[in-house]
Design a protein. Structure first.
Length: 124
């Protein structure tokens, strides 16, 4: 089982903040999404292209416990997976390519995301 890890030194927007952007102006929200995926791309490009399906393990490192866990991961996963696809690291984010998710939370002075993709070998 192959595993690939990269650190993304970013604090992503929460679901509530993203909904607010969409309600205000869908073009502003889309620009945020595109810009953030490009920024995430600077880090995920370090990963090799992965042909096999993967389990996605994300450790969300936060500075404190103010942001709700579900609010952190909801949009964050979407932005990360879309960036992985745009940078040709994974082919797609459907059931055929993504076999599961694990989210962990840690707390430290600097906010970051530790992304680990674990290749799953297909049976038969």
């Amino acid at each position: 089982m192959m595993s690939h890890t990269v650190e993304i030194p970013m604090k992503l927007i929460t679901l509530n903040e993203y909904i607010g952007k969409n309600r205000c102006n869908v073009y502003v929200a889309n620009k945020y999404k595109q810009d953030t995926e490009a920024e995430i791309g600077l880090y995920v490009r370090k990963l090799p292209k992965i042909i096999n399906p993967v389990k996605v393990h994300i450790t969300w490192v936060e500075e404190n416990k103010r942001r709700d866990p579900d609010n952190i991961v909801a949009v964050g996963k979407k932005l990360i997976l879309d960036s992985l696809i745009k940078n040709n690291i994974i082919k797609n984010d459907g059931h055929k390519n993504i076999k599961g998710f694990v989210d962990d939370f840690e707390f430290a002075e600097e906010t970051k995301i530790i992304l680990r993709l674990i290749e799953v070998l297909e049976d038969g």
